[in-house]
Design a protein around this ligand. Structure first.
Ligand SMILES: Cc1ncc(COP(=O)(O)O)c(C=O)c1O
Length: 336
């Protein structure tokens, strides 16, 4: 279901046919970028009980709400008689409502592997930068979805370059919010990478430290130091849900003696990328994607390394149902 116009989209409380889920050209979001959204994935388990499972659904919807709160879209407000209370339109749906809407849309569309895209945005009322009178609308789209950076990427790794575009400066566009407007920056990074023949770019922050890809977080492995680093939240990154999952997996692998390295949130100077034994991306779309070269320099052995390989194994065996979901990351959805 999806971009051929088939299937349904949940819009403000009800399922409507895909082509009828439209937004007026006068909607605030079109003019001022006032949207927050999520990208979530549902997998059809091969090894398990042949069911479909959504990866970390609640965490994604929580992040959606966090993004909406940053942009004053949620009714987290002082009492009405407080002089500091905010006025205007607010979101009318709870976290559980949006969570249920995702499941309802998945079931209506019937795909077994799907990408889920909920969004909260300022709709149609009047135009002006002040968004308060514009309704806070919600939709959930789902569509069939394959591998993001290419089928070979997970195995062979990808060639990337450091972008000439930097990520947003602190206190400009908040990076912790997954806001539509932030992806104008991501588009610049992605377009430049493609123009130079790379699949993706790595952006630095305004200080020149490693931040993230246009749609992925990043990890590096330094074998001699027995260290795995990923940039902290202060380096203008999205607080990735896959990043969080990998940190948990890596900590448990270290404790179990399965790897001889410790993961840490750590500032990464650009040149450390070139000297690392492994660099890999992670994210809902890219999962765990090894990077085999950066700016034409081979990274480590120029192919998937030990850490990325072990992480892929752990990650996919949970998602496939081959290993028990001890982290409680999966939500089963019954697709007819
Ligand atoms: C800019 C950016 N960074 C990181 C990520 C990875 O985040 P997650 O693992 O939650 O998908 C994404 C993916 O949505 C992204 O767009």
């Amino acid at each position: 279901m999806g971009f051929d116009g088939s299937g349904f989209i949940w819009m403000n409380g009800k399922l409507v046919p895909w082509n009828e889920a439209t937004i007026p050209v006068g909607a605030h979001v079109i003019h001022y970028g006032s949207s927050v959204f999520e990208g979530i994935r549902m997998y059809h388990q091969e090894a398990g009980e042949h069911k479909s499972v959504v990866f970390r659904l609640r965490e994604h919807i929580q992040r959606l709400y966090n993004s909406a709160k940053i942009y004053n879209m949620t009714p987290d407000n002082l009492s009405d008689d407080s002089p500091h209370a905010q006025s205007g339109e607010f979101l009318k749906y709870s976290i559980n409502d949006v969570l249920d809407a995702c499941v309802e849309t998945l079931k209506a569309n019937g795909d077994r592997d799907a990408y889920i895209r909920p969004a909260i945005y300022r709709g149609y009322h009047s135009l002006g930068v002040d968004p308060r009178n514009c309704p806070v609308d919600v939709f959930v789209m789902t569509w069939r979805w394959g591998n993001y950076l290419g089928a070979e990427a997970l195995e062979q790794g990808v060639d990337v370059a450091v972008s000439s575009w930097t990520r947003m400066a602190p206190n400009t566009f908040p990076a912790l919010a997954k806001c539509g407007a932030n992806y104008m920056n991501s588009q610049l990074i992605k377009l430049e990478a493609i123009r130079h023949g790379y699949v993706e770019g790595i952006a630095l922050d305004t200080m020149g430290y490693v931040s993230e890809g246009s749609g992925e977080n990043i990890f590096i492995y330094l074998k001699d130091q027995k260290a795995i680093y990923t940039p902290p939240l202060g380096n203008s990154i999205l607080p990735g849900i896959t990043r969080d999952a990998l940190i948990k997996l890596l900590n448990d692998m270290t404790d179990a003696g399965e790897i001889d390295a410790k993961v840490e949130e750590h500032i990464i100077p650009r040149e450390m990328l070139y000297l690392a034994d492994e660099v890999f991306f992670c994210g809902t779309a890219s999962e765990v994607t090894p990077i085999r070269s950066i700016d034409g320099k081979k990274i480590g052995a120029g192919k998937r390394g030990e850490i990325a390989g072990k992480l892929q194994e752990k990650f996919f065996s949970i998602i496939n149902g081959a290993s028990e979901d001890t982290y409680n990351w999966l939500t089963a959805v019954e697709i007819d």
